[in-house]
Design a protein around this ligand. Structure first.
Ligand SMILES: *Cc1c(COP(=O)(O)O)cnc(C)c1O
Length: 382
């Protein structure tokens, strides 16, 4: 690592979060650990390994490429791909033992050109129901009936029937209840089929409503420490990611002088300015220009526009170049949570963590231990 900007991932914390979630869930509920988008920015392989150690039963990703990375890294758990794949990719999925999300009868018809019933082995599918999120999934009983003959084929295993909620982190649960009622009805449609698992809850619903945990829950955000704290009781999870850099330049800006693109800032008085090597190409979006960072345990305001590779902050005094700056996490007594930044720019914390780009080195820590360089280089080699 040559640049002084890095994200620290506390693998012990991820493991502790998964253990806590595991203990919190009903005993018979399986835990599917969602590690899509490079484990929400935390490292897909590293997170998956911690989840496995902490007792996860399944892994899930959004896309085929993400599933193949996990298999290449030697992860053996069942893996569900949460979005539909093109039918012609079915042989590849079978080769790597991947479970598929299917949303329509026509997918099975097209898939048959690439996988005859009696060759290629058993295909495990999870049927996605649209109970009101409106993205993908079966909506009507007619669509379901069209699917049933395909599901009865001898080489198809219906490992799951599932849905996803739109408002699981809202205090008002009325729309969620409507979606639950629709899912209950859809479960009745499928009652004549052998279905291994029904599942509907992701992090927020699983932590808020134990009765929705059913046979399995799909846990992403909570594993990384992100969940609607004010709505959840009986469990405490902590974020595993922090983001740091170092001052690379300081100077005195005189009253009236400008700073940054578009002259976005003009000094109202003489003041000390620090420049930090992080920018929007690292995932520190231009919308975060009013955020603060921690320098020597004190909050420092970001001023001027965020550029591609650099940001500027207001310093209380001349601070030595090389001083550590914390953008997410704690420094001495102070801390800036990812939730605070997310609230400020009106996104969810996982949008920020998953937007931290590849340019930012991840340093993995096992609490009390040293950075796990071995794991990092192994992941980078993929
Ligand atoms: C991403 C995703 C999840 C995980 O949601 P979290 O809120 O991060 O726990 C679960 N289910 C589906 C379908 C997803 O796309």
């Amino acid at each position: 690592m040559y640049r002084d900007t890095w994200a620290e991932i506390d693998l012990t914390q991820i493991r502790q979060n998964v253990v806590a979630i595991r203990e919190f869930l009903p005993r018979s509920t399986k835990l599917m650990a969602v590690v899509k988008a490079n484990g929400y920015g935390h490292g897909d392989i590293q997170t998956a390994r911690e989840a496995v150690q902490a007792g996860a039963d399944y892994l899930a990703v959004a896309y085929m490429e993400e599933a193949l990375r996990l298999r290449k890294a030697g992860l053996k758990l069942p893996i569900l791909i949460l979005t539909p794949i093109r039918p012609e990719l079915t042989p590849l999925a079978l080769k790597h033992d991947l479970m598929l999300t299917v949303t329509r009868a026509s997918w099975f018809r097209e898939m048959r050109a690439y996988k005859p019933v009696h060759t290629g082995g058993q295909l495990y599918v999870h049927i996605k129901m649209d109970t009101g999120l409106g993205r993908i999934g079966v909506r009507t009983v007619e669509e379901w009936r069209d699917m049933v003959p395909w599901l009865n084929a001898p080489d198809i295993v219906v490992d799951g029937v599932y849905t996803h909620f739109a408002t699981a982190s809202h205090a008002d649960s009325s729309y969620l209840e409507l979606q639950v009622r629709r899912f209950q009805e859809m479960k009745r449609w499928s009652s004549k089929l052998p279905v291994n698992h029904y599942h509907c809850a992701a992090s927020a619903a699983a932590l808020r409503f134990p009765e929705l945990c059913m046979d399995m829950v799909r846990i992403g955000a909570a594993m990384y420490g992100y969940y609607p704290k004010h709505l959840v009781t009986g469990i405490t999870l902590k974020p595993a990611l922090s983001l740091h850099s170092r001052l690379m330049h300081t100077k005195r800006l005189n009253q009236g002088e400008y700073l940054g693109y578009d002259n976005a800032y003009q000094a109202g008085q003489d003041q000390w300015i620090g420049t930090i090597p992080i920018g929007y190409a690292d995932g520190w979006s231009q919308s975060m220009r009013h955020a603060e960072v921690l320098v020597e345990g004190q909050r420092a305001r970001i001023i001027g526009k965020i550029s591609m590779d650099q940001i500027t902050v207001e310093l209380p005094k001349d601070v030595p170049v090389g001083t550590k700056v914390t953008l997410i996490g704690s420094s001495e007594e102070q801390s800036i949570s990812i939730q605070e930044i997310a609230d400020r720019i009106e996104v969810v914390p996982q949008e920020i963590s998953s937007s931290i780009t590849e340019r930012v080195t991840r340093i993995y820590r096992n609490r009390g231990g040293i950075p796990n360089e071995a794991i990092r280089s192994e992941a980078e080699a993929l």
